[in-house]
Design a protein around this ligand. Structure first.
Ligand code: 4NP
Length: 174
């Protein structure tokens, strides 16, 4: 059993499991992941107390609500993101969160550079939890059309289900 596996098994006995989703601006992909995973975990993992949050590696949009197109696409599937506000990743996040899940490799690398050595293993790609999608990165929809926002939701819904299953079973791949 790897150390990481043991740690995740241990999470099920913890008071709270804390998960942070991370993208660049914190107005499209990571707030979507925050809203989708929070809703799904409430259904799939009612026995686990979770703290779910999101942040961006860039501060361009700090304080703003999620992108209008993101909110509209999410609401069509029943997720209300309107109360969320963008923030940048802070040093204390590396102390607080059990898992920090990046939307793409660029943000993964930024987090790994910022992370203290002991926190690096807790920084992963979200789409590791949806291998059936055949992608490791959630594409940035910001400069694209409406289909991009639908794809973001498709990928994040799949990964959120996978993450719930991984947390429940303790079978998280190292
Ligand atoms: P996000 O999308 O990282 O999914 O929130 C973006 C939002 C804003 C910008 C880029 C990506 N921007 O360049 O302002």
């Amino acid at each position: 059993m790897s150390l990481e596996f043991a740690a995740i098994k241990g999470w099920m006995g913890r008071a709270t499991v804390k998960i942070l989703f991370v993208c660049l601006g914190n107005i499209c992909r990571s707030p979507t992941a925050e809203g989708v995973f929070r809703a799904m975990a409430a259904r799939e993992l009612p026995e686990v107390a979770l703290t779910v949050d999101s942040a961006g590696t860039a501060d361009y949009h700090a304080g703003e609500a999620p992108d209008r197109r993101t909110c509209e696409a999410a609401l069509r599937r029943g997720y209300d993101l309107s109360g969320l506000r963008a923030r940048v990743v802070e040093p204390r996040d590396f102390q607080v969160f059990d898992l920090m899940l990046a939307m793409d490799r660029q943000n993964l690398e930024t987090l790994k550079r910022q992370a203290p050595v002991q926190a690096r293993g807790r920084v992963r790609l979200l789409l590791e939890f949806a291998p059936q999608c055949g992608l490791l990165e959630v594409p940035d929809p910001y400069y694209g059309g409406v289909n991009g926002f639908e794809q973001v939701l498709d990928l994040i819904e799949a990964a959120s289900l996978g993450l719930c299953a991984a947390l429940r079973s303790g079978a998280l791949a190292p």
